[in-house]
Design a protein around this ligand. Structure first.
Ligand SMILES: Nc1ncnc2c1ncn2[C@@H]1O[C@H](COP(=O)(O)OP(=O)(O)OP(=O)(O)O)[C@@H](O)[C@H]1O
Ligand SMILES: [Mg+2]
Length: 214
């Protein structure tokens, strides 16, 4: 059975809640072209980073050409070499290929060095998306690695953690109602959002576990 948070993962940018500023920046950039671009999406856990990354990837690449690395420390220099080779060929269907690298603050020094060159010549059918829970550039990486050469090659999208409690509470309550897992007033959902630090995934996990039944 699919978890609630996967079942209700937004499949388009209109469905991403509470991130209006970030979404308008994304839409503006997208209107100027999908490929030849790397994105750097930062924000707190469960606020929509991977969701946005997958939506972005889907604009130009069919599902089989969307490659997702759950954690940047899985990415080795030889993997980046392989990606670069693969990048020279277009995909079928929409034609593009996308690479999503989650937990990007875990990128290793040698990989970052290898990526710098690659990110300067991204073909127009390729889109690379990094996501991270770490904000800002200072102390982004371990080992005193300077983040600015990498980040300056990316379009930076910062997700907010502000003003989400009410939006997520209403959204999660609607889901709970349609799944027959609801039994508590809206205030309980706002409380849930606060207890979960506005992590929508965590809220939906709690609802899945029956915590909002009366
Ligand atoms: N802004 C949002 N609007 C609607 N649903 C959301 C939003 N953010 C998160 N969700 C819900 O929470 C789930 C997890 O979101 P997502 O994977 O995008 O989080 P994340 O920011 O990548 O978190 P992490 O840092 O833990 O990887 C989604 O499948 C979706 O159901
Ligand atoms: Mg994620």
């Amino acid at each position: 059975m699919q978890t609630l948070f996967e079942k209700y993962r937004p499949s388009n940018l209109d469905g991403v809640l509470g991130q209006e500023k970030a979404i308008s920046k994304i839409e503006l950039l997208l209107s100027r072209g999908w490929g030849s671009r790397a994105w750097w999406i930062s924000g707190a856990s469960g606020t929509g980073k991977t969701t946005i990354a997958r939506i972005l990837a889907g604009y130009g690449a069919d599902d089989i050409y969307v490659n997702e690395f759950d954690s940047a420390d899985q990415l080795s220099v030889s993997e980046v070499d392989r990606i670069e080779q693969e990048m020279s060929y277009r995909g079928f269907g929409k034609g593009g290929k996308a690479y999503i690298i989650n937990e990007a603050h875990g990128l290793r020094k040698a990989v970052i060095r290898r990526l710098l060159g690659l990110l300067e010549r991204i073909p127009d059918h390729i889109c690379i998306i990094f996501t991270t829970t770490k904000q800002g550039e200072s102390k982004l990486f371990d080992d005193q690695i300077d983040a600015s050469p990498l980040l300056s090659r990316c379009a930076k999208i910062e997700l907010t953690n502000q003003g989400l409690a009410k939006v997520f509470a209403e959204h999660c309550r609607k889901i709970a109602l349609s799944e027959k897992l609801d039994g508590k007033p809206i205030q309980s959902y706002i409380k849930l959002a606060q207890n979960c630090k506005n992590n929508c995934r965590q809220m939906l996990m709690a609802i899945d576990a029956g915590e909002m039944l009366s």
